[in-house]
Design a protein. Structure first.
Lengths: 243, 181
């Protein structure tokens, strides 16, 4: 008999060590998320996965599952907050979807769709963030970075290369490349690296393959992110344990 | 004469490409049932030059020059409900890609220093509206009530949105109709 907690009034079983997010996804319950990735340690920074646990707001990707927890996720109060988070991310970068080759495969965009975000609102910041096109095979477009640190985590934990890092604090926080020149061409990144595959938005892009998927056949054209995330979720018995 | 009074709609394109207006035409034969419910005030469809009192204003394109500001304010003043349609109206879109550049540097490069330009000069006819330093989405200049995203939104998305709105529902697009590209 496994322990359970309540998610929006439904019993969700969990294994010891699982977070609320892992248990929910494994049991086919979607909680919106952006910086969480099933293969990496949770980061807890984007706050899209915020739920109410026994009345308190918590990041479900870092919150350990415990028997008897009362978790609320799919409520208008939280979805309104999630919408605002997505809107702020759109307003602080340069997310010009019509010219982005990640469009249709972008998690930020797909979350906006799923949450019915019709406009970012706010005052757009239009930051000046030059591209790094120095590498022969890989383009970096910092305009779209949402600071989820997935590439940082993938490069250090899986590739063992430490190609990326976040520098600065607060409003000046930004993604940097670990080379004396600061340019990607002077790192040992390669197309087969995990760091190439994890960017949820359109920052790290392989060159010369953009727009190869026709509109209508892209990842989130087929089904919304809420459905795709459940397909991607690790299932028992392989589990979704970290550490 | 038991006809219900028709809703009056005005539309315009500011710093846009008229792609959203082409999409409005893409609602195709459904324009006929729509015209049972609405009539058009200022719009490229009617060629009326100024907006009178309207129920719904639909504005395509962002704000890139002084004339855009005047037209947008005329719409806001006359329309009970103002809708921003398309990427440019919502976030500045393509014209806003100049926002991280210096305006005079843009004009200099385009009209003076670009290779192949002979006797180029920066247009300065007094009839030309002055460009703004930055391109702005509509909501940074006036209150906007609704947004229809897309570049352009599909005819189906526009139809769904307008029919929801006209029938008194909160407009929702849903998967397949909501697009930012």
């Amino acid at each position: 008999m496994t322990d359970t907690f309540q998610l929006d009034g439904v019993s969700v079983p969990f294994e010891p060590g699982q977070t609320v997010m892992q248990a929910a996804l494994a049991a086919d319950h979607y909680i919106p998320h952006l910086c969480y990735h099933p293969e990496f340690k949770p980061h807890g920074s984007c706050k899209l996965c915020t739920v109410k646990v026994n009345g308190r707001t918590m990041a479900s990707c870092t919150m350990p599952a415990e028997a008897g927890l009362e978790v609320q996720s799919e409520i208008e109060e939280l979805n309104a907050l999630r919408r605002t988070l997505v809107q702020m991310l759109f307003a602080e970068g340069n997310h010009f979807c019509p010219s982005c080759e990640k469009s249709g495969n972008c998690m930020l965009q797909a979350l906006g769709y799923d949450l019915e975000v019709h406009a970012a609102g706010f005052r757009h910041q239009y930051p000046d963030r030059p591209l790094d096109a120095s590498h022969p095979d890989i383009l970096l477009d910092f305009n779209r970075c949402i600071l989820c640190e997935l590439c940082v985590r993938a490069s250090s934990e899986v590739d063992g290369k430490n190609v990326f890092a976040l520098a600065g604090r607060g409003n000046s926080k930004h993604l940097i490349v670990n080379a004396e020149s600061g340019q990607l061409k002077d790192t040992d990144i390669s197309l087969s690296d995990k760091a190439m595959q994890v960017c949820p938005v359109g920052v790290i892009l392989p060159k010369r393959v953009g727009f190869s998927q026709p509109i209508g056949e892209r990842r989130y054209d087929e089904s919304p992110i809420s459905a795709q995330a459940l397909q991607d979720a690790p299932r028992p018995p392989s589990g979704a344990k970290h550490d | 004469m038991t006809d219900k009074k028709k809703l009056r709609i005005a539309t315009t394109s500011l710093a846009g490409c008229f792609g959203c207006h082409m999409s409005i035409l893409d609602i195709d034969e459904r324009l006929f049932p729509l015209l049972e419910l609405v009539e058009f005030d200022r719009s490229p469809i009617t060629d009326i030059k100024h907006c009178g009192p309207c129920d719904i204003g639909i504005v395509e394109g962002g704000i890139c020059n002084a004339e855009n500001v005047h037209v947008l304010r005329e719409f806001r003043k006359n329309c009970k409900v103002l809708i921003a349609i398309g990427a440019c109206a919502i976030n500045g879109g393509l014209p806003a890609q100049r926002n991280h550049l210096d305006l005079s540097a843009c004009l200099t490069e385009v009209y003076l220093t670009e290779p192949g330009l002979v006797h180029g000069h920066i247009p300065n006819d007094p009839e030309l509206p002055l460009p703004l330093d930055k391109v702005h989405p509509l909501h940074e200049v006036v209150k906007v009530d609704y947004f229809i995203p897309g570049c352009p939104p599909s005819g189906d998305a526009i139809w769904k949105f307008l029919t929801d709105l006209i029938s008194g529902k909160t407009p929702e697009l849903g998967h397949g109709l909501i697009h930012y590209d």
